[in-house]
Design a protein around this ligand. Structure first.
Ligand SMILES: [Zn+2]
Length: 463
């Protein structure tokens, strides 16, 4: 086939303009190289293996989080980060203690539960009462006043799959609000079916809140098969009695840390690309997918991108109290005066699987750098979602009111809630190849953001 004159002219024009294009072209080339470098072994799995083995579970405010902080400092130092330091802040803390439950009548047998994060303790001998089952949260909140006096309210509603509208986003409020809704109607305890997408006998924890001015009653999650068992018992029509004991530790004041390390920018060190994962976990598993994986992905990616010494500073932050939502707020408060240096912030906190799509701040969709990055991520199966990223994670979300642009990196998570917040959240659930694939997407993205001069605050249309 003969070349058409138009194509020849196009080629001549492109070559005439070559000096101006040199930088974007080399940015694309390096971004692609770094992606491939991470795919061939990013080091993320070794980081995750080290954290989950040498520290294990690490609730914020516990002695374990202090060991995690020391681990983080040593790890970032050994990877060549600069300005490695821990930023302490004061939090309320809650750790698990004794957690037991049983049906005492009419079919006595043990049940498997775990306390919800923030729950008050039962008396040392436990709470025993008749239970009232609710198949939906709506049924619980429409129960009449005093209808639960002296009873334990049990919510057996199933969380929908993560893809459906009744997934975690919806179910989260059942866990957060259930105890107070039950207490308003006189209940002395609250249990719910674990917010989970699988059926093993491991209960799933997570944070709950007490409503101001409402009695604080102990609250726990039942494993899914135990919730099924209670439903079968209830169908037999006789009153069911349960006894449960929760003896957690609650500290009104404890210390935790956001741990920070940087790769100083080659040209504009005062411009910061912030990437992050959270160091804390609940106490049941070893926090492998939540969020050791996010720490490992972002740390390995920052390290690999940083080896090319990009123009801007890469700042790695390991958040010290995500699960009780106290880390991002502490960071925003401590850095209110200097967050204008953060050109964009990202957070990896949705497991250890590959990235499905990414989003950039409003107004940046058609920028050359963003289009280049979209091309560079295509071989990883990552698509570009043009919906602007307004919220990139629980911790960096606290920087939104301070005007910090957010990066959105959505990981695949069809099975995330099978093990999230449960004793099953352990290293064996992580596929090293998937972890490398996620890290490759982050590595390319961090490098492109740190090497480009894009000002996402200016890119964003004024609102
Ligand atoms: Zn998390």
């Amino acid at each position: 086939m003969k070349l058409l004159p138009g194509l020849i002219l196009g080629a001549v024009l492109a070559s005439a303009a070559a000096p101006a294009l040199a930088q974007p072209d080399s940015l694309a080339m390096m971004t692609g190289r770094l992606r491939d470098r991470a795919m061939s072994g990013s080091g993320a799995y070794d980081i995750l293996e080290s954290l989950t083995t040498e520290v294990g579970p690490r609730p914020a405010g516990s002695p374990a989080i202090a060991r995690a902080k020391d681990w983080a400092i040593a790890k970032m130092t050994s990877l060549g980060f600069s300005n490695v330091h821990a930023e302490p802040f004061t939090i309320w803390a809650w750790f698990k203690g004794v957690e037991t439950a049983e049906v005492t009548a009419p079919f006595p047998q043990p049940m498997v539960i775990t306390g919800l994060g923030g729950s008050v303790a039962t008396p040392p001998g436990g709470v025993e009462a008749e239970i009232v089952l609710f198949s939906t949260f709506d049924a619980l909140v429409s129960a009449p006043a005093n209808s639960l006096t002296g009873k334990i309210a049990v919510l057996t509603q199933r969380m929908g799959s993560n893809e459906s509208a009744t997934g975690y986003g919806t179910a989260n409020r059942w866990r957060r609000r259930g105890a107070s809704e039950a207490a308003k109607r006189g209940a002395v305890g609250f249990m719910l079916r674990s917010l989970a997408t699988n059926t093993d006998r491991a209960p799933h924890s997570g944070a709950m809140n007490y409503e101001e001015g409402v009695a604080k009653i102990p609250a726990a999650a039942l494993s899914s098969p135990d919730a099924d068992q209670l439903e079968r018992m209830a169908r037999r029509g006789k009153p069911i009695r349960m006894k449960f004991t929760l003896l957690p530790t609650y500290l009104p004041e404890a210390t935790t840390w956001n741990v920070v390390g940087e790769i100083p920018g080659r040209v504009t060190p005062d411009e910061v690309v912030l990437v992050s994962g959270h160091l804390d976990s609940w106490g049941l598993g070893t926090g492998a997918i939540d969020d050791g994986a996010g720490v490992a992905i972002s740390l390995a990616a920052a390290h690999l991108a940083g080896e090319r010494k990009p123009r801007r500073t890469i700042r790695m932050v390991m958040w010290g109290a995500e699960e009780t939502d106290q880390a991002g707020e502490a960071y925003a408060k401590a850095h209110a005066a200097d967050v204008s240096k953060i050109v964009i912030a990202g957070e990896s906190d949705f497991g250890a699987q590959h990235v499905m799509y990414f989003q950039t701040p409003a107004g940046s969709q058609d920028l050359r750098m963003v289009q280049m990055l979209a091309e560079a991520l295509k071989p990883l199966g990552v698509t570009y979602n043009r919906e602007p990223s307004r919220f990139g994670g629980d911790d960096i979300g606290h920087l939104v009111p301070l005007g910090v642009p957010q990066l959105g990196m959505r990981q695949e998570g069809a099975h995330y809630f099978d093990i999230h917040h449960s004793a099953e959240d352990t290293l064996d659930k992580v596929d090293p190849a998937e972890l490398d694939k996620a890290t490759a997407a982050w590595t390319a993205t961090i490098y492109a953001l740190a090497e480009s001069g894009v000002d996402f605050r200016k890119a964003a249309p004024a609102k």
